[in-house]
Write a protein that binds this ligand. Structure first.
Ligand code: ATP
Ligand code: MG
Length: 296
């Protein structure tokens, strides 16, 4: 899908030789911190932005040359809300049935379906500027699905939503996948990436640094459990040295020292270390191990 893609803004390289393939029918989570290049990647996929070099194909169509054709098969939900404030909910959807070239005879049905999807049937005549934040986001997502796309690009779909609406959207995304739709979703929520994604691509500084099934990546790079120790009187350095001698990876989280693969701490080190608080390893641990950066 993307091969060796580079995008520069002046002296800044936002996307730096990116390779990314999205297999049909899966949810691929693109996880990375602010500025990693997620939105820039999304915009190149929709031909809103042009790559400086590299190749991009979508559902077999070369971009940006065949952008029109690709767009008809692809739904896009941007990170930044761009609803038409002056139009009602129904009208916002209607406009996109035209843009996405839904045949005239199917437009009314497509709008109804999208209203149901967004749970906004009773708001069809409300102007967009009168909706709550969660409703706007649901409308934005439904708008990208109005033409039943085969591929959906969701850029930070749940940012700023309350937990209940977020969970509803998770259900919606999983439902799309179950219908056979391919989903590429960027996020910097670890939990969201872990729960929803069949595979994740960890992105940092314009590149994919690791890619795979979340559970596999976690097992490979962070083991089963993480144990967190409060730093001793000399700070975490002394403990780090001890653990390093046993080749046990660690990371600092503020004043605490997190020990990855804690299940592998040998008994011989236990006397010195004692026991910390144990939790399951997660994608954040993988990310920090590989990049030294945090995601959120
Ligand atoms: N139009 C632009 N002009 C100049 N620089 C840009 C432009 N768009 C993005 N950038 C820069 O490119 C880098 C990547 O930005 P991008 O928006 O792709 O990051 P992101 O991974 O989506 O981050 P976030 O999680 O904050 O949304 C950033 O350093 C950003 O400042
Ligand atoms: Mg972004």
């Amino acid at each position: 899908m993307l091969r060796n893609v580079v995008k520069r803004f002046g002296s800044l390289t936002a996307v730096d030789g990116l390779d990314l393939e999205v297999p049909a029918g899966i949810v691929l989570g693109l996880l990375g911190p602010n500025g990693a290049g997620k939105s820039t990647t999304m915009r190149m996929l929709t031909a809103q932005s042009r790559a400086d070099s590299g190749e991009i194909t979508i559902l077999g169509y070369a971009m940006p040359r065949a952008a029109k054709r690709a767009r008809a098969l692809m739904g896009v939900v941007p990170q930044h809300d761009n609803l038409d404030e002056e139009l009602t909910v129904g009208e916002n959807l209607e406009v996109f049935t035209h843009l996405y070239r839904v045949p005239r005879s199917q437009r009314a049905d497509a709008v109804e379906r999208a209203l149901r999807l967004a749970h906004l049937e009773d708001r069809r005549d409300t102007r967009a500027d009168r909706l709550s934040g969660g409703m706007r986001r649901r409308l934005l997502i439904a708008r990208g699905l109005v033409h039943r796309p085969r591929l959906v690009l969701l850029d930070e779909p749940t940012v700023g939503l309350d937990p209940q609406v977020r969970q509803e959207l998770w259900g919606l995304i999983t439902g799309l996948r179950d219908e056979g739709v391919t989903v590429l979703m960027s996020t910097h929520y670890i939990e969201e990436a872990e729960r929803l994604s069949d595979e994740v691509a960890l992105m940092a500084k314009g590149r994919v640094v690791a890619r795979g099934v979340p559970g596999d990546l976690i097992a490979e790079h962070a083991g089963k459990t993480v144990e967190e120790f409060p730093a001793g009187p000399d700070g975490p350095a002394g403990m780090e040295d001890i653990l390093r001698s046993g080749e046990i990876p660690t990371r600092r989280t503020g004043a605490t020292l997190s020990v990855l693969r804690a299940e592998e701490i040998p008994d011989s080190l236990r006397d010195t270390l004692g026991r910390g608080d144990t939790r399951a390893s997660n994608l954040e641990d993988v990310f920090v191990t590989l990049t030294g950066e945090r995601v959120e």
